[in-house]
Design a protein. Structure first.
Lengths: 216, 107
């Protein structure tokens, strides 16, 4: 532990004592913040993991439908079929404050009110596999939005937890011990000064008495 | 928050992303690394809140995606491409856990 480079005076001592108190208080608060963030983070991670595996499975399924559709239809026909979508999604972005981490909340707004109204093409010239792909994607889309939300929240919270953890560690292992060590040093120095003053006073008293009264 | 309506984009190779066009998402077919990076920067500056990107495309623009990790928007989400799941999306999750906890406790 490194002692802080300060003068051993009473003023510094009282300053340091105040600093120590606020450092200990800050340490306790940050530790609580870290623990709560961690708890929330673990919940989010669990949800994130589940959502991701669901979304990945659904997208892969849609992709395999799409691959079949692509092989039985001409590319131009496929592109034309998907060229003018009926559905349109806009996102409203709000925010939620979780232990002073601002995480975005997405609420999708669809242009057509009927969620089944997604096929932007007639069924005459397109393969049924295309319908399969589109419906699979459409079914998983709400979860994909939630995944985007949760994944962002996880990233932001991971950053914040890392920062908080570093702060807690810095306070716990560096700042607080330094303050304590310096306080101890100043206290010792001050009492040492006091003792030396007392002894020199005694010595002076002895000398004065000896001189004046030949006192032994 | 303002009343701006945000948009959603999908980036990747044609076969993987064209299905999303039916859902009304903005679809961008791009397979070149620098173009993808530029595209992400442009989308981020233009009210796109969520960007889905296929894993192979994301691997080409990993640095750009990393830059947006700690900003509030956009949220960049990896999805599997037609060629199959590379596991990059899950790996990003594990990285987040490792960053927060100090070790990967999911395994």
């Amino acid at each position: 532990m490194a002692r802080l480079n300060v003068n051993p005076t009473r003023m510094e001592l009282s300053k340091l004592k105040k600093k120590l108190v606020s450092a200990q208080r800050g340490h306790k608060l940050l530790k609580d913040k870290r623990d709560e963030l961690m708890r929330q983070f673990m919940l989010l991670i669990k949800e994130n993991r589940q959502l991701r595996s669901e979304v990945e499975a659904a997208v892969s399924e849609a992709d395999s439908y799409m691959a079949v559709a692509g092989s039985v239809m001409q590319r131009e026909v496929l592109e034309t079929a998907l060229m003018l979508p009926k559905q349109e999604v806009e996102l409203e972005v709000g925010e939620k404050n979780v232990m002073s981490v601002y995480i975005p909340v997405f609420s999708p707004k669809y242009r057509t009110s009927d969620p089944g109204d997604i096929y932007s093409y007639g069924t005459a010239f397109t393969s049924a596999d295309l319908d399969g792909a589109v419906s699979a994607l459409s079914a998983i889309f709400p979860k994909m939005i939630r995944l985007a939300e949760v994944e962002k929240a996880c990233q932001l919270m991971a950053d914040e937890i890392e920062k908080t953890r570093r702060r807690v560690n810095a306070l716990e292992h560096i700042m607080i011990p330094d303050y304590q060590e310096t306080i101890r040093f100043i206290t010792m120095k001050l009492s040492e000064n006091e003792r030396s003053t007392t002894t020199s006073l005694m010595k002076v008293k002895d000398m004065v008495l000896k001189q004046n009264h030949d006192f032994k | 928050m303002s009343d701006t309506n945000y948009k959603t984009a999908v980036i990747g190779d044609t076969a993987s992303v064209s299905g999303f066009a039916a859902l009304g998402l903005s679809v961008f077919c791009e397979t070149d690394g620098t173009k993808i990076s530029k595209l992400i920067n442009r989308l981020a500056a233009n009210d796109f809140a969520v960007i889905y990107i296929t894993e192979p495309a994301a691997a080409l623009a990993a640095d750009t995606i990393k830059n947006y990790r700690s900003s509030r928007l956009p949220s960049i989400v990896l999805i599997p491409a037609v060629k199959g799941n590379t596991g990059d999306g899950m790996r990003a999750l594990h990285e987040a856990v490792e960053k927060a906890v100090g070790s990967d406790i999911l395994n």
